[in-house]
Design a protein around this ligand. Structure first.
Ligand SMILES: [Zn+2]
Length: 438
């Protein structure tokens, strides 16, 4: 049993309650919130001056791309993919891919993110899942599907789907359910209609999430329209792909009709403001999506288009980016934090298990030091301090299902300093194989 003692508990329950007091963890779950716990044989962590929040959820990342950080700047989406990311991904071997995933998991956990929805690359997917198993993060994700792409990542439809199904059966539910499988068609332009149809069938049969990109960039949107005669979300809906098991990254250029479809079908959208700005894509109309009833989560997307996996950076952007257009009250801090917690959990299909601090839920928790000069003086609303002031480096302790993965700012599951020191060499190996000059 562990007691997190005397912190400001930002619960993210339906009432967005904030309580001051203890959180009791036992058998990987939250036992009580706010009650003073005095019992023998409990491990006590002093949370004075700290916020205890639900572990942050990022519903769109690419661990496979972390080693490409700072090696794909200054490009728009389609050039960024074809000139850099696809050649780099194709140059991965199992070793470099596992390294990339470990480096990303280290950054995510040290920054308070406990759960991710990931899109791996086409090959060597076991290496990513193995890294998630060792790193201790709550992982949902899967092999990228690209049967309509020309170039080095192309696969034929049937073998690609067979591998996705085989890997799903192997990994879904591993580590007591901490590891879950998702079907990941990259985006409309790299997938045949046959592939998307089979993904729907497989998802319905196995209950696996569908994780893809939609309406990120204007040229992409035009090409989708030309290829399918539909807007992106309408096309997915026609194929029966919209629904509560589907998560669409970006949704930057969605129409009113597409917004209505997202809301009615309970399809989740993932806002990735850092990546959307850096790839010059634009930004999703998040206040409008939320007002129409769409579940909007948050994600950093890839390290080479952001260039960090820092949930606090994404929260601050999401809280401020929309205000010139929609007004100063359009993105309340508590709702931005909800996008990074309970709404992210809902996108992952895990809202009953994680995403808020309530008795019975799994103890995925992040502790944040709010005593730094940049957080003081604390105002009346801790949601605001967390969203507008706090930084990833303020995260002191992180728990996934009651297991400490970060203690006193040190990652316990992987050797973060060693990964950081060796990263440049690993990237150099990839660049030599990819023969891309940057
Ligand atoms: Zn992405």
């Amino acid at each position: 049993m562990i007691v997190l003692r005397g912190g400001t508990v930002v619960t993210m329950d339906a009432r967005r309650s904030v309580v001051r007091g203890d959180v009791l963890i036992a058998q990987g779950r939250i036992q009580s919130v706010g009650k003073s716990v005095r019992a023998p044989k409990v491990k006590v962590i002093d949370c004075t001056g700290r916020a205890v929040i639900p572990g942050l959820v990022q519903a769109h990342v690419h661990l496979c791309q972390v080693l490409f950080r700072n090696h794909a700047d200054g490009l728009e989406l389609l050039d960024w993919l074809s000139q850099r990311i696809w050649p780099y991904e194709a140059a991965h071997d199992a070793r470099s891919l596992g390294f990339s995933a470990r480096l990303g998991i280290a950054e995510l956990l040290l920054g308070g993110t406990t759960a991710i929805l990931d899109m791996a690359t086409v090959h060597h997917t076991d290496a990513v899942l193995q890294a998630a198993l060792e790193g201790g993060i709550r992982y949902t994700g899967g092999k990228c599907l690209m049967d309509a792409a020309s170039g080095p990542l192309h696969e034929d439809t049937a073998p690609a789907l067979e591998e996705a199904e085989r890997l799903g059966r192997k990994w879904h539910g591993a580590a007591g359910g901490r590891i879950r499988w998702a079907l990941c068609p990259r985006f409309v332009l790299s997938c045949s209609e046959k592939m998307l149809h089979e993904v729907r069938v497989l998802s319905a049969r196995e209950g696996w999430l569908v994780h893809t990109h939609a309406s990120e960039n204007r040229t992409e949107v035009e090409q989708v329209r030309k290829q399918t005669g539909r807007d992106n979300v309408e096309y997915f809906d026609d194929l029966g792909l919209c629904g509560p098991r589907t998560v669409l990254a970006h949704c930057v250029h969605v129409t009113e009709n597409e917004t209505r479809i997202l809301a009615e079908t309970k399809t989740s959208a993932v806002h990735c403001p850092g990546a959307n700005l850096k790839l010059a894509s634009g930004h999703a109309p998040v206040p409008r999506l939320l007002a129409e009833g769409v579940n909007v989560a948050l994600g950093a997307d890839g390290a080479p288009c952001n260039n960090t996996l820092d949930a606090f950076h994404e929260m601050r952007l999401a809280a401020t980016l929309h205000l010139p257009q929609f007004g100063p009250r359009a993105m309340p801090a508590s709702e931005v934090l909800a996008m990074a917690t309970i709404r992210g959990a809902r996108a992952l299909g895990l809202a009953d298990e994680i995403g808020s601090i309530e008795p019975g839920k799994k103890a995925d928790l992040t502790i944040i030091d709010l005593t730094g000069a940049h957080c003081q003086p604390a105002g009346p609303d801790p949601h605001a301090t967390l969203v507008y002031c706090a930084r990833a480096s303020d995260v002191t302790d992180v728990f996934v299902e009651g297991r400490a993965v970060v203690r006193n700012r040190k990652l316990l599951t992987l050797d973060a300093p060693k990964l950081g020191a060796a990263a440049a060499n690993e990237t150099a190996r990839i660049l030599r194989r990819a023969r891309v000059s940057v």
